[in-house]
Design a protein around this ligand. Structure first.
Ligand code: ATP
Ligand code: MN
Length: 152
């Protein structure tokens, strides 16, 4: 039977991604799997005439790094590691999936933009299309999702 040893959970720190985190943690706990938490920062887009200092970029990267460090499974016995990448979110998620040889990717159908009329967001769609392993997409709200805040 196919073992599930490594689960990759990419997050943009949105509420919708957070719902998928609960599913990723539950699966990791039940399968004795290791969790890889991943956030991808897009390189800043600088429009003509606009200035953005390196300091601002460093500060915002540090903040997201901090958010990633704070993300912890409710069950402390679930082994987890964090990866922080810069670049195109879907491309980086796929690269980490390949590099870590993860057995499963668990992610939200939507993220920060969260356009409900679309089946899924662009990052989720590209990952589902091109992933080297099964992808579990979590749609929110799902029954029980409203209890997430209470239990963790
Ligand atoms: P779009 O980005 O196409 O406007 P959206 O933001 O609603 O739409 P996606 O970006 O596809 O939807 O988000 C789906 C899931 O992909 C999120 O729940 C999260 O798990 C993952 N994800 C999105 N962006 C990132 C990112 N920058 N780093 C890591 N994971 C991400
Ligand atoms: Mn998005």
């Amino acid at each position: 039977m196919l073992p599930i040893r490594i689960i990759l959970y990419p997050t943009d720190f949105s509420e919708r991604a957070q719902a998928a985190f609960q599913v990723a943690c539950a699966l990791a706990r039940d399968h004795g799997a290791r969790l890889i938490l991943l956030h991808v920062v897009s390189p800043p887009v600088i429009a003509y005439g606009e200035t953005i200092t390196d300091l601002v970029i460093v500060a915002s990267n540090e903040r997201t790094q901090e958010l990633l460090n704070q993300l912890k499974p409710a069950d402390p016995t679930v082994p987890c590691e964090r990866q922080f990448k810069e670049g195109d979110p879907a491309a980086q998620i796929l690269a980490v999936a390949k590099a870590t040889q993860c057995d499963l990717i668990v992610m939200g159908t939507h993220g920060r933009t969260g356009l409900g009329r679309l089946l899924m967001g662009s990052v989720a769609e590209q990952v589902v299309r091109r992933a080297p392993c099964p992808v579990l997409t979590v749609k929110t709200p799902f029954p029980g999702a409203e209890r997430i805040g209470e239990s963790s």
